[in-house]
Design a protein around this ligand. Structure first.
Ligand SMILES: [Zn+2]
Length: 258
């Protein structure tokens, strides 16, 4: 849920016609804009960006995903959101080990949606407006139940808005209170958008590190993922077999910050 307010909301307030049960729904062009900007910086080609963006958008338009707070960092579900990001990273790496580029890019797309939503749906930018401050969304945890939030006075502890907006959750901010969904939010909208781009770039950097630790062949594997080209032989039978063996050895643990 809350997909309707995604970072897409950060955009100029375009209505989202796809999100189920959206009261003040917005469309997803901002998510796609942010993702495209970040992935181009990483050298990912247009076809791959298209797959990533489809998956990003699906996070708001698929009814089940739309109603999964962890996918949008809503309702203070930070721990679940972090778990989901780790699971999706593992899913991407597992798909890459099978040379299933489509599945890997899809896992990355929905992950980027969540990363971007975090900066629109939480008070992170109000608490940490300095872009040099980075947050580890892979290990972030729920705030204490006692953390209170009021519109315009978000406090000093990380929290996120609750969807649906009504009935209000006592002591907590609604999604509408929190979402930095467009220019009407002034500087917070601009900061949230910039932070979403930066966080998306950092997610891709973290992905590269994980590809390196999982497969060793960092450049070849990432080139295959981002362009489909396999000049390094990453997906040749012997290499693929070695990758699977390495994956079995290393396991699926995903740790570290981005
Ligand atoms: Zn969303």
């Amino acid at each position: 849920m809350i997909g309707n307010t995604c970072i897409a909301l950060i955009v100029a307030g375009l209505f989202c016609t796809m999100a189920p049960q959206s009261a003040q729904a917005f469309d997803t062009p901002l998510h796609l804009e942010i993702t495209t900007e970040a992935l181009r910086q990483a050298g990912i080609d247009a076809a791959a960006i298209g797959i990533v963006n489809q998956s990003n958008e699906l996070t708001d338009t698929d009814a089940e995903l739309f109603n999964t707070p962890a996918a949008h960092f809503d309702n203070e579900r930070f721990t679940d959101g972090a778990t989901r990001l780790r699971d999706k990273m593992t899913e991407a790496l597992n798909a890459l080990s099978r040379c299933d580029r489509q599945k890997a890019l899809e896992a990355i797309g929905t992950s980027l949606h969540s990363v971007q939503d975090f900066y629109s749906h939480s008070n992170a930018v109000e608490i940490y407006p300095d872009p040099r401050v980075t947050l580890d969304l892979f290990s972030i945890t729920n705030p204490a139940a006692s953390v209170e939030c009021r519109r315009g006075a978000f406090g000093t502890r990380l929290t996120s808005g609750y969807w649906p907006d009504l009935p209000r959750v006592p002591g907590k901010c609604s999604h509408a209170d929190m979402a930095k969904d467009g220019p009407k939010r002034g500087q917070w909208y601009r900061i949230a958008r910039a932070r979403a781009v930066t966080a998306s770039v950092r997610y891709i950097e973290a992905l590269k590190v994980r590809i390196g630790s999982r497969f060793g062949n960092h450049q070849g594997a990432f080139r295959f993922l981002s362009t489909g080209a396999d000049s390094s032989g990453f997906c040749q039978p012997a290499a693929a077999e070695a990758a699977v063996e390495a994956a079995d050895r290393i396991g699926n643990a995903v740790v570290g910050a981005f």
